[in-house]
Design a protein around this ligand. Structure first.
Ligand code: ATP
Length: 388
Protein backbone atom coordinates (compact mmCIF):
# COMPACT_ATOMS: atom_id res chain seq x y z
CA UNK A 1 0.00 0.00 0.00
CA UNK A 2 2.77 2.47 -0.84
CA UNK A 3 3.44 4.95 -3.62
CA UNK A 4 6.66 5.27 -5.59
CA UNK A 5 7.94 7.59 -2.85
CA UNK A 6 7.41 4.84 -0.27
CA UNK A 7 4.54 6.48 1.62
CA UNK A 8 0.86 5.57 1.91
CA UNK A 9 -0.97 7.42 -0.88
CA UNK A 10 -3.32 10.18 0.12
CA UNK A 11 -5.89 8.90 -2.38
CA UNK A 12 -5.88 5.50 -4.04
CA UNK A 13 -8.33 4.36 -6.68
CA UNK A 14 -8.25 0.61 -7.32
CA UNK A 15 -9.89 -0.55 -10.54
CA UNK A 16 -12.73 1.87 -10.03
CA UNK A 17 -15.62 1.67 -12.50
CA UNK A 18 -18.75 3.82 -12.40
CA UNK A 19 -21.78 3.01 -14.50
CA UNK A 20 -24.95 5.05 -14.90
CA UNK A 21 -27.37 2.60 -16.53
CA UNK A 22 -25.80 1.65 -19.89
CA UNK A 23 -23.21 4.37 -19.73
CA UNK A 24 -19.77 3.67 -18.28
CA UNK A 25 -18.58 7.06 -17.01
CA UNK A 26 -15.33 5.75 -15.48
CA UNK A 27 -13.60 2.53 -16.54
CA UNK A 28 -11.26 0.48 -14.34
CA UNK A 29 -9.41 3.49 -13.05
CA UNK A 30 -6.33 2.78 -10.95
CA UNK A 31 -4.52 5.79 -9.57
CA UNK A 32 -2.36 6.83 -6.61
CA UNK A 33 -2.26 10.45 -5.51
CA UNK A 34 0.54 11.27 -3.10
CA UNK A 35 0.27 13.32 0.04
CA UNK A 36 0.66 17.04 -0.59
CA UNK A 37 0.39 16.65 -4.33
CA UNK A 38 -1.43 19.09 -6.61
CA UNK A 39 -3.06 16.49 -8.82
CA UNK A 40 -5.25 17.38 -11.79
CA UNK A 41 -7.85 15.36 -13.66
CA UNK A 42 -7.88 16.87 -17.15
CA UNK A 43 -10.08 16.03 -20.11
CA UNK A 44 -12.93 17.16 -22.33
CA UNK A 45 -16.50 17.52 -21.19
CA UNK A 46 -18.08 14.19 -20.27
CA UNK A 47 -14.82 12.21 -19.91
CA UNK A 48 -15.58 11.29 -16.28
CA UNK A 49 -13.51 13.81 -14.29
CA UNK A 50 -16.33 15.02 -12.04
CA UNK A 51 -17.63 11.51 -11.50
CA UNK A 52 -14.14 10.44 -10.35
CA UNK A 53 -13.93 13.39 -7.97
CA UNK A 54 -17.42 12.70 -6.62
CA UNK A 55 -16.44 9.11 -5.84
CA UNK A 56 -13.47 10.36 -3.82
CA UNK A 57 -15.72 12.87 -2.05
CA UNK A 58 -18.37 10.26 -1.27
CA UNK A 59 -21.16 11.83 -3.36
CA UNK A 60 -21.14 8.75 -5.61
CA UNK A 61 -20.24 5.13 -4.87
CA UNK A 62 -18.20 3.12 -7.42
CA UNK A 63 -20.05 0.36 -9.28
CA UNK A 64 -16.84 -1.67 -8.91
CA UNK A 65 -13.46 -1.14 -7.29
CA UNK A 66 -12.32 0.70 -4.20
CA UNK A 67 -11.49 4.23 -3.08
CA UNK A 68 -8.93 4.48 -0.27
CA UNK A 69 -8.12 7.64 1.68
CA UNK A 70 -4.86 7.51 3.62
CA UNK A 71 -4.84 3.74 3.18
CA UNK A 72 -8.38 3.16 4.46
CA UNK A 73 -11.17 1.83 2.26
CA UNK A 74 -13.97 4.42 2.46
CA UNK A 75 -16.69 2.39 0.71
CA UNK A 76 -20.06 3.30 2.11
CA UNK A 77 -18.69 6.19 4.16
CA UNK A 78 -20.84 9.29 3.52
CA UNK A 79 -19.22 12.52 2.29
CA UNK A 80 -19.46 14.34 5.61
CA UNK A 81 -17.53 11.57 7.36
CA UNK A 82 -14.60 11.66 4.90
CA UNK A 83 -11.49 13.77 5.48
CA UNK A 84 -12.22 15.58 2.23
CA UNK A 85 -13.79 18.91 1.39
CA UNK A 86 -15.02 20.02 -2.01
CA UNK A 87 -14.92 23.42 -3.70
CA UNK A 88 -17.40 23.65 -6.58
CA UNK A 89 -17.62 25.98 -9.54
CA UNK A 90 -20.77 27.50 -8.04
CA UNK A 91 -19.70 28.95 -4.73
CA UNK A 92 -22.96 28.08 -2.94
CA UNK A 93 -22.41 30.60 -0.14
CA UNK A 94 -25.21 31.43 2.28
CA UNK A 95 -26.49 34.83 1.06
CA UNK A 96 -27.77 35.94 4.48
CA UNK A 97 -24.47 35.22 6.27
CA UNK A 98 -21.44 37.48 6.00
CA UNK A 99 -18.02 36.24 4.90
CA UNK A 100 -16.74 35.16 8.31
CA UNK A 101 -20.05 33.54 9.24
CA UNK A 102 -19.98 31.59 5.97
CA UNK A 103 -16.44 30.37 6.70
CA UNK A 104 -17.29 29.57 10.33
CA UNK A 105 -20.47 27.66 9.48
CA UNK A 106 -18.93 24.16 9.34
CA UNK A 107 -16.94 24.72 12.53
CA UNK A 108 -20.04 25.85 14.43
CA UNK A 109 -21.89 22.72 13.36
CA UNK A 110 -19.00 20.59 14.53
CA UNK A 111 -19.15 22.30 17.90
CA UNK A 112 -15.71 23.91 17.71
CA UNK A 113 -15.39 26.46 20.55
CA UNK A 114 -16.23 30.02 19.53
CA UNK A 115 -12.76 31.41 20.27
CA UNK A 116 -10.95 28.62 18.44
CA UNK A 117 -13.35 28.97 15.49
CA UNK A 118 -12.76 32.74 15.32
CA UNK A 119 -9.00 32.22 15.29
CA UNK A 120 -9.18 29.63 12.50
CA UNK A 121 -11.60 31.70 10.42
CA UNK A 122 -9.43 34.79 10.63
CA UNK A 123 -6.34 32.75 9.71
CA UNK A 124 -8.06 31.36 6.60
CA UNK A 125 -9.44 34.76 5.57
CA UNK A 126 -5.92 36.14 5.87
CA UNK A 127 -4.62 33.28 3.74
CA UNK A 128 -7.07 33.92 0.92
CA UNK A 129 -6.65 37.71 1.15
CA UNK A 130 -10.12 38.55 2.45
CA UNK A 131 -9.42 39.77 6.00
CA UNK A 132 -10.82 43.21 5.21
CA UNK A 133 -14.03 41.84 3.67
CA UNK A 134 -14.94 39.68 6.73
CA UNK A 135 -18.16 41.55 7.47
CA UNK A 136 -19.45 41.76 3.90
CA UNK A 137 -22.31 39.71 2.51
CA UNK A 138 -21.65 37.50 -0.55
CA UNK A 139 -23.61 39.85 -2.86
CA UNK A 140 -21.12 42.61 -2.00
CA UNK A 141 -18.24 40.52 -3.35
CA UNK A 142 -16.91 39.85 -6.87
CA UNK A 143 -17.02 36.32 -8.30
CA UNK A 144 -13.33 35.85 -7.56
CA UNK A 145 -13.79 36.99 -3.95
CA UNK A 146 -16.77 34.67 -3.51
CA UNK A 147 -14.66 31.77 -4.72
CA UNK A 148 -11.98 32.71 -2.16
CA UNK A 149 -14.63 32.54 0.55
CA UNK A 150 -15.62 29.08 -0.69
CA UNK A 151 -11.95 28.09 -0.54
CA UNK A 152 -11.49 29.44 2.99
CA UNK A 153 -14.70 27.67 4.05
CA UNK A 154 -13.24 24.37 2.83
CA UNK A 155 -9.72 24.90 4.22
CA UNK A 156 -10.93 25.89 7.66
CA UNK A 157 -12.14 22.32 8.21
CA UNK A 158 -8.53 21.10 7.86
CA UNK A 159 -9.31 18.43 5.26
CA UNK A 160 -6.49 16.06 4.35
CA UNK A 161 -7.66 16.18 0.75
CA UNK A 162 -9.22 19.20 -0.93
CA UNK A 163 -11.28 18.40 -4.04
CA UNK A 164 -11.80 21.23 -6.50
CA UNK A 165 -14.30 20.88 -9.35
CA UNK A 166 -13.58 23.54 -12.00
CA UNK A 167 -13.42 26.16 -9.23
CA UNK A 168 -12.32 28.93 -11.58
CA UNK A 169 -14.69 27.99 -14.41
CA UNK A 170 -17.12 30.87 -13.84
CA UNK A 171 -14.46 33.57 -13.73
CA UNK A 172 -13.13 35.66 -16.59
CA UNK A 173 -9.72 34.87 -18.05
CA UNK A 174 -7.71 37.54 -16.25
CA UNK A 175 -9.18 36.75 -12.85
CA UNK A 176 -8.74 33.05 -13.48
CA UNK A 177 -5.04 33.48 -14.24
CA UNK A 178 -4.53 35.48 -11.03
CA UNK A 179 -6.36 32.91 -8.94
CA UNK A 180 -4.42 30.03 -10.52
CA UNK A 181 -1.19 31.47 -9.14
CA UNK A 182 -2.80 32.10 -5.79
CA UNK A 183 -4.35 28.65 -5.49
CA UNK A 184 -0.95 27.12 -6.14
CA UNK A 185 0.63 29.33 -3.45
CA UNK A 186 -2.09 28.37 -0.96
CA UNK A 187 -1.68 24.68 -1.75
CA UNK A 188 2.08 24.91 -1.10
CA UNK A 189 1.45 26.81 2.11
CA UNK A 190 -1.12 24.42 3.59
CA UNK A 191 0.65 21.35 2.16
CA UNK A 192 -2.51 19.24 1.77
CA UNK A 193 -3.44 17.12 -1.23
CA UNK A 194 -5.39 19.01 -3.91
CA UNK A 195 -7.34 17.03 -6.50
CA UNK A 196 -8.33 19.50 -9.17
CA UNK A 197 -10.74 18.98 -12.07
CA UNK A 198 -10.49 21.08 -15.22
CA UNK A 199 -10.93 20.86 -18.99
CA UNK A 200 -8.47 23.72 -19.45
CA UNK A 201 -5.08 22.32 -20.47
CA UNK A 202 -3.22 25.53 -19.78
CA UNK A 203 -4.63 25.69 -16.26
CA UNK A 204 -3.57 22.09 -15.67
CA UNK A 205 -0.04 22.70 -16.97
CA UNK A 206 0.38 25.83 -14.84
CA UNK A 207 -0.77 24.46 -11.52
CA UNK A 208 -0.24 20.73 -11.26
CA UNK A 209 2.50 18.50 -9.90
CA UNK A 210 0.97 15.70 -11.96
CA UNK A 211 -1.85 15.48 -14.47
CA UNK A 212 -4.11 12.55 -15.36
CA UNK A 213 -5.43 13.01 -18.89
CA UNK A 214 -8.85 11.36 -19.23
CA UNK A 215 -10.67 10.31 -22.36
CA UNK A 216 -14.08 8.65 -22.23
CA UNK A 217 -13.72 7.33 -18.71
CA UNK A 218 -10.16 6.10 -19.20
CA UNK A 219 -6.95 7.68 -17.96
CA UNK A 220 -4.63 7.74 -20.98
CA UNK A 221 -1.57 9.19 -19.22
CA UNK A 222 -0.49 10.27 -15.75
CA UNK A 223 2.63 12.40 -15.70
CA UNK A 224 4.24 15.67 -14.72
CA UNK A 225 3.10 18.63 -16.86
CA UNK A 226 6.37 18.72 -18.84
CA UNK A 227 6.14 15.02 -19.63
CA UNK A 228 2.50 15.22 -20.70
CA UNK A 229 3.36 18.10 -23.03
CA UNK A 230 6.73 16.92 -24.35
CA UNK A 231 6.22 13.17 -24.26
CA UNK A 232 2.53 12.41 -24.81
CA UNK A 233 1.80 8.68 -25.03
CA UNK A 234 -1.22 8.72 -27.30
CA UNK A 235 -2.71 10.70 -30.17
CA UNK A 236 -5.45 11.90 -27.83
CA UNK A 237 -3.04 13.27 -25.21
CA UNK A 238 -0.90 14.88 -27.93
CA UNK A 239 -4.00 16.54 -29.35
CA UNK A 240 -5.65 17.60 -26.14
CA UNK A 241 -2.54 19.15 -24.62
CA UNK A 242 -1.45 21.87 -26.99
CA UNK A 243 -1.73 21.94 -30.76
CA UNK A 244 -1.77 18.49 -32.33
CA UNK A 245 1.02 18.40 -34.89
CA UNK A 246 0.61 14.73 -35.68
CA UNK A 247 2.40 13.27 -38.72
CA UNK A 248 1.07 9.77 -39.46
CA UNK A 249 3.45 7.03 -40.48
CA UNK A 250 4.40 3.39 -40.14
CA UNK A 251 7.10 1.95 -37.89
CA UNK A 252 9.72 -0.07 -39.76
CA UNK A 253 12.54 -2.35 -38.73
CA UNK A 254 14.74 -1.65 -35.71
CA UNK A 255 18.48 -1.33 -36.03
CA UNK A 256 21.05 -0.18 -33.47
CA UNK A 257 18.34 0.79 -30.97
CA UNK A 258 16.50 3.02 -33.43
CA UNK A 259 13.25 2.44 -35.28
CA UNK A 260 12.79 3.45 -38.88
CA UNK A 261 9.71 5.57 -39.33
CA UNK A 262 8.15 6.05 -42.76
CA UNK A 263 5.87 9.07 -42.75
CA UNK A 264 2.84 9.17 -45.06
CA UNK A 265 4.25 12.41 -46.45
CA UNK A 266 7.05 10.33 -48.04
CA UNK A 267 9.92 11.04 -45.67
CA UNK A 268 11.73 8.26 -43.80
CA UNK A 269 13.13 9.11 -40.38
CA UNK A 270 14.84 7.30 -37.58
CA UNK A 271 13.54 7.49 -34.03
CA UNK A 272 15.31 6.31 -30.88
CA UNK A 273 13.68 3.43 -29.02
CA UNK A 274 12.36 0.15 -30.31
CA UNK A 275 9.01 -0.35 -28.63
CA UNK A 276 7.12 -0.51 -31.93
CA UNK A 277 6.15 -3.52 -33.98
CA UNK A 278 7.26 -3.39 -37.59
CA UNK A 279 4.26 -2.21 -39.61
CA UNK A 280 2.55 -0.55 -36.61
CA UNK A 281 0.64 2.68 -37.28
CA UNK A 282 2.25 5.52 -35.34
CA UNK A 283 2.35 9.33 -35.35
CA UNK A 284 5.34 11.65 -35.02
CA UNK A 285 4.59 14.70 -32.87
CA UNK A 286 6.59 17.94 -32.99
CA UNK A 287 5.31 20.93 -31.03
CA UNK A 288 4.76 24.16 -33.03
CA UNK A 289 7.50 26.11 -31.23
CA UNK A 290 10.05 23.36 -31.95
CA UNK A 291 9.69 23.58 -35.75
CA UNK A 292 11.98 25.72 -37.91
CA UNK A 293 10.75 26.96 -41.26
CA UNK A 294 12.80 27.85 -44.37
CA UNK A 295 12.13 28.13 -48.10
CA UNK A 296 12.78 24.84 -49.96
CA UNK A 297 15.39 26.63 -52.14
CA UNK A 298 17.57 27.14 -49.08
CA UNK A 299 20.06 24.35 -48.25
CA UNK A 300 18.57 21.61 -46.06
CA UNK A 301 19.95 21.69 -42.51
CA UNK A 302 22.28 18.79 -41.82
CA UNK A 303 21.48 16.31 -39.06
CA UNK A 304 17.89 17.49 -38.66
CA UNK A 305 14.83 15.58 -39.88
CA UNK A 306 12.65 17.62 -42.22
CA UNK A 307 9.49 17.56 -44.34
CA UNK A 308 8.39 19.80 -47.19
CA UNK A 309 5.05 21.53 -47.45
CA UNK A 310 3.04 24.52 -48.62
CA UNK A 311 2.28 27.51 -46.39
CA UNK A 312 -1.50 27.80 -46.17
CA UNK A 313 -1.67 30.78 -43.85
CA UNK A 314 0.50 33.05 -41.78
CA UNK A 315 -0.97 34.93 -38.85
CA UNK A 316 0.63 37.69 -36.82
CA UNK A 317 -0.13 37.04 -33.11
CA UNK A 318 1.92 39.82 -31.53
CA UNK A 319 4.56 37.84 -29.67
CA UNK A 320 4.78 35.20 -32.40
CA UNK A 321 3.80 34.40 -35.98
CA UNK A 322 1.68 31.31 -36.49
CA UNK A 323 1.92 29.48 -39.79
CA UNK A 324 -0.10 26.56 -41.04
CA UNK A 325 1.80 24.33 -43.46
CA UNK A 326 0.18 21.54 -45.48
CA UNK A 327 2.27 18.41 -46.08
CA UNK A 328 1.96 16.26 -49.25
CA UNK A 329 -0.29 13.74 -47.44
CA UNK A 330 -2.76 16.53 -46.56
CA UNK A 331 -1.75 16.76 -42.88
CA UNK A 332 -1.43 20.33 -41.61
CA UNK A 333 1.31 21.41 -39.23
CA UNK A 334 1.22 24.54 -37.08
CA UNK A 335 4.47 26.43 -36.69
CA UNK A 336 5.04 29.12 -34.08
CA UNK A 337 7.93 31.51 -34.74
CA UNK A 338 8.68 34.02 -31.97
CA UNK A 339 8.68 37.63 -33.21
CA UNK A 340 12.04 38.46 -31.65
CA UNK A 341 13.35 40.49 -34.57
CA UNK A 342 11.22 42.57 -36.95
CA UNK A 343 13.57 42.10 -39.97
CA UNK A 344 13.50 38.33 -39.43
CA UNK A 345 9.75 38.36 -39.12
CA UNK A 346 9.32 40.20 -42.42
CA UNK A 347 11.47 37.59 -44.15
CA UNK A 348 9.22 34.72 -43.06
CA UNK A 349 7.64 32.86 -45.98
CA UNK A 350 4.03 33.89 -46.65
CA UNK A 351 0.96 31.97 -47.81
CA UNK A 352 1.64 29.93 -50.98
CA UNK A 353 5.39 29.53 -50.35
CA UNK A 354 7.00 26.09 -50.56
CA UNK A 355 8.85 25.49 -47.34
CA UNK A 356 10.85 22.95 -45.43
CA UNK A 357 10.02 22.29 -41.79
CA UNK A 358 12.87 20.89 -39.72
CA UNK A 359 13.39 19.96 -36.08
CA UNK A 360 15.94 18.49 -33.72
CA UNK A 361 15.57 14.71 -33.31
CA UNK A 362 15.13 15.24 -29.56
CA UNK A 363 12.06 17.34 -30.19
CA UNK A 364 10.19 14.64 -32.07
CA UNK A 365 8.10 12.19 -30.12
CA UNK A 366 6.35 9.10 -31.48
CA UNK A 367 2.87 8.20 -30.18
CA UNK A 368 0.36 5.43 -30.64
CA UNK A 369 -3.34 5.76 -31.32
CA UNK A 370 -5.63 6.09 -28.30
CA UNK A 371 -7.21 2.85 -27.16
CA UNK A 372 -10.65 4.40 -26.91
CA UNK A 373 -12.58 5.97 -29.76
CA UNK A 374 -12.08 9.66 -30.35
CA UNK A 375 -14.58 11.76 -28.40
CA UNK A 376 -17.32 13.70 -30.17
CA UNK A 377 -15.65 16.96 -29.13
CA UNK A 378 -12.49 17.88 -31.03
CA UNK A 379 -9.11 17.69 -29.25
CA UNK A 380 -8.71 21.43 -29.85
CA UNK A 381 -11.49 22.06 -27.34
CA UNK A 382 -8.80 22.01 -24.68
CA UNK A 383 -7.59 25.33 -26.00
CA UNK A 384 -10.93 27.03 -26.35
CA UNK A 385 -11.36 28.17 -22.77
CA UNK A 386 -8.03 29.94 -23.00
CA UNK A 387 -9.43 32.14 -25.69
CA UNK A 388 -12.78 32.68 -23.97
P1 ATP B 1 -17.77 18.17 -17.50
O1 ATP B 1 -16.43 18.81 -17.68
O2 ATP B 1 -18.74 18.50 -18.60
O3 ATP B 1 -18.34 18.32 -16.12
P2 ATP B 1 -16.83 15.51 -16.80
O4 ATP B 1 -15.59 15.04 -17.45
O5 ATP B 1 -16.71 15.99 -15.41
O6 ATP B 1 -17.53 16.58 -17.72
P3 ATP B 1 -18.78 13.69 -15.78
O7 ATP B 1 -19.63 14.75 -15.18
O8 ATP B 1 -17.96 12.87 -14.86
O9 ATP B 1 -17.84 14.31 -16.89
O10 ATP B 1 -19.72 12.74 -16.64
C1 ATP B 1 -19.22 11.58 -17.30
C2 ATP B 1 -20.38 10.93 -18.03
O11 ATP B 1 -21.30 10.39 -17.08
C3 ATP B 1 -21.17 11.88 -18.90
O12 ATP B 1 -21.55 11.21 -20.07
C4 ATP B 1 -22.37 12.22 -18.04
O13 ATP B 1 -23.48 12.57 -18.84
C5 ATP B 1 -22.59 10.94 -17.28
N1 ATP B 1 -23.19 11.17 -15.94
C6 ATP B 1 -22.63 11.86 -14.92
N2 ATP B 1 -23.43 11.85 -13.83
C7 ATP B 1 -24.53 11.13 -14.17
C8 ATP B 1 -25.72 10.74 -13.47
N3 ATP B 1 -25.94 11.08 -12.20
N4 ATP B 1 -26.61 9.99 -14.16
C9 ATP B 1 -26.39 9.62 -15.43
N5 ATP B 1 -25.29 9.94 -16.15
C10 ATP B 1 -24.36 10.68 -15.52
Amino acid sequence: MTTTSGTTPSVRLERVTKRFGDLTAVRELTLDIERGEFFTLLGPSGCGKTTTLRMVAGFEEPSEGQVLLDGTDVSGLPAFKRATNTVFQSYALFPHLNVEENVAFGLRRKGVARKEAARRVSEELERVGLAREAKRKPRQLSGGQQQRVALARALVNLPTVLLLDEPLGALDLKLRKGLQVELKRIQREVGITFVYVTHDQEEALTMSDRIAVMNQGVVEQVDAPEAVYDRPRTTFVAGFIGVSNLMPGVAGPVSAGATELKLDSGVTLSTPGNGYASGERVWAVVRPEKLSVALVEEPAPTGRPSVEGLVESSLYLGTATQMVVRLPDGVTMTVLVPNADETERQRLPGAGARVRLSWATDHMHVVRESQVEEPETTPQEGLSSERA
